[in-house]
Design a protein. Structure first.
Length: 318
């Protein structure tokens, strides 16, 4: 399995500002002084190998959309945030306009997780098949309403693909698109659902928009069972621990520290911090990454946990 991240920002898409571009350029130019970077190749190698991530990259960008690539013929996505637009456009450019089947698993129906659908071009093209799965009763209504006037100019009925909605029950295993799939209810305003996907002995957990409460033993037990031995856990780490336990308690999100503790309890192999707070710039997100790495080191009791920070364009091979 390969996991590709098309949208990683929480709550609302965020564009990099001109001030941030300038900060990166200035930092890079100062670091490059006297290095004789007189060819594109030398400059590229310097950018790739010697600059900090927050200088050479950006965490982005689009709101939640993650692709699970298997060797099967169908496309599998989690959530349809604004990252779905980038995914759809790239797919049409490389694989042609129609004949595609999509299986899309929705964590919940908050706007940042559905806003990409009106811009998901494959859904407008006849010959494509889009199946949207979720546990919420309002699954279909929410998508139809988003495309209705006065919110959007093209009504849902005018989308040319075959679009189906499939209600799933949590805590039940399904076989979909060659994957074993199970959903779990999570603590979030209006509820959200995490998914565990299994194939060929590998397991990926997608757990966004969930406030995990370490003081509730039953909730911890249930999350640890759901995450058990996962090869990859994509985790809502919108806040730092200080934020999560103070002002932002009950806002429905978790922290980097909670992510580490649950993965350690569950013996998961790799944690990806996801759904970044829109107020955090690249420097702050990189700082949270470093804090998380430090926390993992000092709290480690078993095998080390691999920790990454999601960014638009990240690919992880399992
Ligand atoms: Zn969200
Ligand atoms: Zn939400």
């Amino acid at each position: 399995m390969r996991v590709r991240f098309w949208g990683t920002r929480g709550s609302i898409p965020v564009a990099m500002t001109s001030a941030e571009v300038q900060r990166k350029l200035v930092t890079a130019l100062v670091a490059a002084a006297g290095r004789g970077l007189d060819t594109a190749g030398k400059a590229r190698a310097f950018v790739e190998n010697e600059l900090e991530f927050s200088v050479s990259h950006t965490f982005g960008g689009n709101s939640s959309c993650v692709q699970l690539e298997t060797d099967g013929p169908d496309y599998v996505l989690c959530d349809l945030g604004s990252g779905a637009r980038a995914f759809g456009t790239s797919l049409l450019a490389t694989r042609g306009p129609s004949g595609h089947r999509f299986h899309i698993f929705m964590s919940h129906l908050h706007w940042d997780h559905i806003m990409g659908f009106p811009f998901f071009m494959p859904a407008y093209l006849p010959g494509n098949h889009v199946r949207i799965y979720g546990c919420h009763a309002e699954l279909e209504t929410a998508f139809r309403r988003q495309n209705a006037a006065p919110f959007f100019p093209v009504d849902f009925a005018r989308m040319g693909a075959t679009i189906e909605f499939v209600r799933l029950e949590p805590d039940r295993r399904y076989e979909i698109a060659g994957l074993g799939v199970r959903a779990i209810r999570q603590h979030h305003g209006g509820d959200s659902y995490g998914y565990r996907f299994e194939r060929d002995g590998k397991a990926v957990v997608y757990s966004t928009d969930s406030e995990h409460r370490l003081e509730d033993p039953e909730a911890v037990e249930s999350a640890a069972t759901f995450f058990a031995d996962a090869d990859l856990v994509i985790f809502d780490a919108m806040y730092s621990l200080a934020e999560a336990v103070s002002v932002k308690e009950d806002w429905g999100h978790s922290s980097n520290v909670v992510g580490v503790e649950l993965c350690q309890l569950a013996n998961a192999k790799r944690l990806v911090l996801f759904h970044h707070e829109p107020a955090n710039n690249d420097v702050r997100i990189e700082e949270i990454w470093r804090e998380t790495l430090r926390y993992e080191e000092i709290s480690r009791t078993g095998d080390p946990l691999d920790i990454s920070v999601a960014y638009d364009g990240l690919e992880i091979e399992l």
